[in-house]
Ligand binder design. Structure first.
Ligand code: 4AD
Ligand code: MG
Length: 442
């Protein structure tokens, strides 16, 4: 009988009918001369196939390797009691063809992706490592999370925009800019789309974007990439408190959405078995109280002294504190001089800003955001203080001339969010092809 070509995800519905399935040999088990079990993978699922008798005797069958591509024909039968396979069924093959053979010996797939291999060797072979179940699950979960972010913003009335990645302004300080030659002019890869989002408020109202951001980071840490996916949002006519509420709502509603979707929840539980959606409200802590916390819990600098008000809290103490508290933290009110030039000062204490970092156990900062300076004179003074030439920022400055408004926004590092959600040690695990100093390939 004619076979219907199916994807493995539809295999349950296709039981009993003769089907044709193409995919990669994910696992292979030879049992004597007359029986082979191949678990086939096509990206939509896994399907056990049994080959018997003559089907196992051909040259192609004898030399079949993991990661070879094959097409199989046959009927899917439920498994007898006591046997296990994906979806509790197997395809009994009556005909099959080799499409592409994968190498054996030294070049064999398993030696390229061995979990014992050096991490940098595995990153050289990232294109193959992606095929393993863990990484396939990570990137499947990532796609679902990104969809949930978008669904959240859509449901709250935000408009998605696509700002440019090639720019001539900095946002987060000159030291991490990637510079390049743009038809003979200096240009940069964007560090953040924030300034562009701000210009969209008067046209579109609340906006968000998901774009790549670039940072020439000198720090080799488990949470820094040179290119990362940056989810940013901007909101007009909000107070600082409303801004914090909206940010908390975004994080919690996104998690609720992925958690409510059974297949996505299964992926998360498989990668991070103890995960529980965090409870609201998130803990609110001022920067000044974090300095006190560090002192009280004896978290010190490398030289043995304590962090003082006004100093940046680096990654290690920040994570030590977050891990001890072991729940999400909104760390607010950072001193102005350790933060970016555009941040709004607090009306009752001009030394500190209406700013927030969201800290998550295991990762630390996953979000940075603030209210924006909306007064023209203050902004002009801030450029000067920072040593920024205002000329290329004329369009940003115009936002304060043509109908200014109280507004604020934030940026979330998607790889860091996923490292927290999926319990990965490093953001290199949640980026498809991570870039960091020393690696720009594959
Ligand atoms: O804290 P950052 O630098 O803030 C901004 O860029 C703001 N302009 C965002 C805004 O208000 N629209 O970056 C925001 C987030 C960080 O909290 C972190 O999660 C992530 O971006 N991030 C990085 N992720 C991976 N690798 C890096 N090198 C990152 N730098 C920042
Ligand atoms: Mg930050």
């Amino acid at each position: 009988p004619k076979a219907e070509q199916i994807k493995i995800r539809d295999s349950v519905a296709s039981r009993g009918k003769r089907v044709k399935v193409s995919g990669w040999v994910h696992r292979l088990r030879v049992q004597g001369k007359d029986m082979m079990f191949a678990v086939l993978r096509d990206g939509s699922g896994y399907l056990q196939c049994v080959l018997t008798g003559n089907l196992c005797h051909s040259y192609d069958a004898i030399t079949l390797t993991i990661e070879s591509t094959i097409t199989v024909y046959g009927i899917i039968h439920p498994l007898p009691e006591g046997k296990t396979a994906p979806d509790n069924h197997e395809l009994v093959v009556d005909y099959w063809e080799l499409v592409g053979k994968a190498p054996e010996g030294e070049e064999a797939f398993n030696s390229k992706v061995s979990s014992e291999a050096d991490p940098s060797y595995l990153l050289d072979n990232r294109h193959l490592v992606l095929r393993t179940e863990t990484y396939a699950s990570i990137f499947r979960a990532r796609a679902k999370v990104i969809k949930a972010f978008r669904d959240h913003y859509e449901s709250r009335g935000y408009t998605e925009v696509t700002p440019p990645c090639m720019v001539q302004t900095q946002v987060e300080g000159g030291s991490t800019l990637f510079e390049f030659n743009y038809y003979g002019e200096n240009a940069y890869l964007t560090q953040s789309s924030q300034l562009y989002l701000e210009t969209c408020l008067p046209a579109l109202g609340d906006v968000f974007c998901l774009a790549e951001s670039y940072r020439a980071e000198k720090s080799h840490t488990r949470r820094h990439l040179s290119e990362y996916s940056h989810l940013e949002a901007e909101m007009a006519f909000v107070s600082f408190d409303q801004f914090l509420e909206r940010l908390e709502d975004m994080i919690c509603d996104t998690i609720d959405r992925v958690w409510a979707d059974a297949p996505t929840r299964e992926l998360i539980e498989q990668l991070n078995p103890t995960f529980q959606p965090p409870s609201r409200p998130f803990m609110r802590m001022k920067y000044a109280d974090a300095i006190t916390y560090l002192k009280e819990h004896d978290i010190k600098k490398e030289d043995g002294s304590y962090y003082q008000f006004g100093e940046d809290i680096p990654e290690a103490p920040e994570r030590a504190m977050t891990d001890q508290i072991n729940r999400p933290i909104f760390l607010t009110h950072f001193p102005a001089h350790i933060k970016a030039f555009y941040m709004q000062r607090c009306p009752d204490d001009r030394e500190v800003t209406e700013s927030v970092d969201v800290l998550m156990p295991g990762v630390g900062e996953i979000v940075g955001g603030s209210m924006r300076m909306d007064n023209l004179d203050e902004l002009v003074a801030a450029y000067k203080k920072e040593g920024i030439d205002p000329t290329p920022y004329y369009w940003y400055t115009d936002q304060r001339k043509y109908g200014t408004s109280p507004h604020g926004g934030y940026g979330l590092g998607v790889e860091r969010f996923l490292a927290w959600l999926l319990n990965r040690y490093t953001v290199r695990d949640t980026s498809l092809y991570p870039r960091y100093p020393g690696r720009c390939a594959p």
